[in-house]
Design a protein around this ligand. Structure first.
Ligand code: 4AZ
Length: 398
């Protein structure tokens, strides 16, 4: 675990660009007496001061970093003066001062409406309004937190008849992304038996104000998913949804789309992300969780996942691995198909599809996810929506 952290932090540290150096030089040379240069720009003045490794940021004016001093910055809040992908700060690691990205928990928590507005058919998410949500307080349960659907408004619950099958993620008003292994009959699956619910907080309860129900008009399972070997390679599928009137998902507080990151965009090892689903509380637990849950997980390096925890035969380049703190939070049976999302610029991006793993929350057996950023072209080809797969909401570096 320690080893993973070191690699992660090294990656973060090394990933800062030269552009930063020149900006820093410029800023420090024009430091105005009495003003903190870090607070000068239009950037958000976040009060977050924890990094992706969980370290607390050092007070800016307490550090001398590479000959730069921030004597007027009397706080330890994360800042982003050089337009990195997200705010950062300086921390102490093994007697060295290094920069680390911050764990930007939140985000301005927008007030939550007491009753959801009625769906307005003219209101649909577009590729530029994805990934936004209203956060609600969550209650702690085993290995994660009970979540309100407003915190995970992209979550889809896929049913066959009355039986819950898998989770999924709404990526465009008419399209849900899920796992191929959820449909054991592959291309021969009878889609008319399936339905998809959005805006569902509890599997066994119906909330007619928040929920939207759909039929499945089309199922596309990845042509290279092999149902005979079940090695989970290319574990990705698309469902096209429409309600009885042919209408796709309408944007409300409880139903929103998640953003897709750009093709092959990856985040540093150790980055905090979150998973959501209606799956089992515990390995071997008999009953599915009735309620939507979410948990925080961190990305594991590909090298560790392929060599230390699993083998290269088991985990390939189309997969990524993640696990919660102390191996305690993980996806489990029934969560399959659901999302692994990572937040950048207060926007949620879908990086993974819950796919497999040995057991649940078992030490040294991380959760394995389909690496969504390998499939942008596949998604564009089958949905006909290249705008949604271009990753246009992803923070741009200068
Ligand atoms: C499943 O069976 C499953 N711990 C999903 C994820 C994981 C294990 C099992 C990862 O759907």
């Amino acid at each position: 675990m320690k080893c993973i952290l070191v690699i992660l932090l090294l990656t973060c540290t090394l990933s800062f660009t030269d552009a930063f150096k020149s900006l820093w030089r410029e800023n420090t040379s024009t430091q105005v007496k009495g003003k903190c240069i870090l607070d000068g720009g239009k950037e958000s003045k976040t009060k977050v001061s924890v990094t992706v490794s969980g370290r607390i940021c050092l007070q800016w004016n307490s550090v001398q970093y590479r000959n730069h001093s921030f004597s007027n910055c009397d706080h330890n809040y994360c800042r982003n003066p050089n337009n990195m992908i997200q705010p950062w700060c300086i921390v102490r690691r093994r007697n060295r001062y290094v920069r680390e990205y911050c764990y930007t928990t939140n985000r301005e928590v927008k007030p939550t409406a007491t009753s959801s507005p009625k769906p307005d058919p003219s209101k649909q998410d577009t590729e530029s309004s994805c990934g936004e949500r209203h956060l609600n307080p969550t209650r702690k349960i085993i290995g994660g937190s009970r979540s309100t659907v407003e915190s995970q408004p992209w979550i889809a619950a896929i049913f066959k008849g009355d039986g819950f099958v898998c989770g999924g993620t709404l990526i465009a008003p008419c399209w849900v992304l899920t796992a191929a292994h959820c449909f054991s009959s592959g291309k021969r699956t009878q889609v008319r038996k399936y339905s998809v619910f959005l805006g569902k907080t509890a599997i066994n309860e119906t909330d007619s104000v928040k929920e939207q129900q759909f039929d499945v008009s089309k199922l596309v399972v990845h042509e290279d998913y092999d149902y005979t070997t079940e090695n989970y390679n290319n574990d990705i599928a698309l469902l096209k949804i429409a309600d009885k009137n042919g209408q796709c998902a309408v944007r409300t507080d409880s139903v929103r789309t998640a953003c897709l990151p750009p093709f092959q965009q990856m985040l540093p090892t150790g980055f905090f992300c979150e998973i959501a689903g209606y799956g089992r509380h515990q390995k071997g637990g008999f009953e599915y969780s009735r309620y939507l849950k979410q948990a925080q997980v961190r990305l594991i390096s590909q090298d560790d996942c392929q060599n230390k925890y699993y083998s290269k035969d088991e985990v390939n380049k189309n997969m990524l691995c993640a696990i919660g703190r102390d191996w305690e939070e993980d996806a489990c049976q029934g969560d399959s198909g659901g999302p692994l999302l990572c937040e950048l610029n207060q926007t949620m991006f879908l990086y993974g599809i819950i796919s497999w793993g040995k057991g649940c929350s078992e030490k040294f057996n991380p959760g394995v996810y389909t690496k969504v950023t390998n499939y942008n072209n596949w998604i564009a080809q089958h949905t006909g929506l290249p705008k949604y797969t271009a990753g246009s909401r992803y923070p741009q570096k200068d």
